[in-house]
Design a protein around this ligand. Structure first.
Ligand SMILES: Nc1ncnc2c1ncn2[C@@H]1O[C@H](COP(=O)(O)OP(=O)(O)OP(=O)(O)O)[C@@H](O)[C@H]1O
Ligand SMILES: [Mg+2]
Length: 279
């Protein structure tokens, strides 16, 4: 997708966005203590995200981007504040309950893939379904679909060290989406990939977003960050800027694209992506 982006005037503030919130963060604080010193990694973060949004998160190293994603992904607990996911306060849930929400509603993609080295591509993709207790027969069907959908059918039995970087990240995305999450969090998903392979991965993520999954992506790449519909800039643990982006095709440079339908996105986003989403 070849897009240009521009910032809307300040009056079109993101918090005027209509629609039901999928995510509401209120007064989130995260402080890390190391010896005598402490780091305020998240400082009074308020954020509202509606279903199906495509948000990029940018900012300098150490500004709190990964900490924010970890809190959103229930991989880390804030020290103060509330996180409401799909109308439910998830900050007060037990670790087991949080793991269940994570398993069913959230997919996470990391810069360094985080695949299990001794498992094959197929086994890595199946892992969330094993943990969720999905029967073997259904797992096999869904893994086969995912392998085909992500262009990995001929790599099913390869272990991560027998795959290219792009293939590893595709396995990781297949694993992150095999449970058909409503929210996909990607922390510098192209950080370890060359530009062409990174582009392929971004197109996959964007195709999943087009299928209804909310996508939050941390990136240091301004061009990638500008492809999102909304860009959050972090600084010293706080959201310094939160801007809606005009994404226009080169053929219609001044046209505001139609908003996504206001009704809820599909309950079950597609497990696979259209073949043309792959480079
Ligand atoms: N487990 C931890 N213990 C102590 N300090 C931490 C921990 N995790 C993060 N920090 C600190 O919190 C701050 C925010 O870190 P975070 O990883 O969120 O930054 P980031 O914006 O993702 O940076 P980068 O772009 O380099 O990935 C940093 O100053 C970091 O040193
Ligand atoms: Mg980071």
């Amino acid at each position: 997708m070849n897009t240009h982006s521009a910032t809307r005037p300040p009056e079109a503030a993101p918090d005027t966005a209509c629609g039901t919130a999928q995510i509401t963060l209120s007064g989130i604080e995260r402080v890390f203590h190391l010896g005598d010193s402490s780091v305020h990694a998240l400082a009074h973060v308020n954020l509202r995200i509606t279903p199906g949004e495509y948000v990029s998160v940018m900012g300098p190293s150490g500004s709190g981007k990964s900490t924010l994603l970890n809190v959103l992904g229930l991989l880390d607990r804030p020290d103060a504040g509330h996180y409401e996911l799909e109308g439910r306060d998830v900050t007060t849930l037990s670790p087991d309950e949080q793991a269940r929400v994570r398993s069913l509603r959230i997919g996470f993609v990391f810069q360094s893939f985080h695949l299990v080295p001794r498992l094959t591509a197929a086994e890595n993709i199946a892992l969330p379904m094993v943990l969720a207790g999905i029967p073997a027969r259904e797992r096999e069907t869904r893994v086969a679909q995912a392998l085909a959908g992500f262009g990995l059918a001929d790599r099913a039995r390869h272990r991560p060290d027998q795959l290219s970087g792009g293939q590893r990240q595709r396995v990781a995305i297949a694993r992150a989406t095999i449970m058909q999450p409503a929210l996909l969090l990607a922390d510098e998903p192209t950080g370890n990939l060359d530009r062409a392979t990174g582009e392929e991965v971004i197109r996959l993520l964007e195709a999943l977003n087009a299928g209804g999954v909310t996508l939050l992506m941390v990136t240091h790449d301004a061009a990638l960050g500008g492809r999102a519909r909304r860009r959050i800039l972090m600084q010293d643990g706080a959201i310094e800027r939160d801007e809606r982006l005009l994404v226009t095709s080169p053929a219609t440079p001044h046209e505001v694209p139609p908003e996504k339908p206001s009704e809820k996105p599909p309950e079950q986003p597609p497990a696979t992506v259209a073949p043309d989403a792959r480079a």
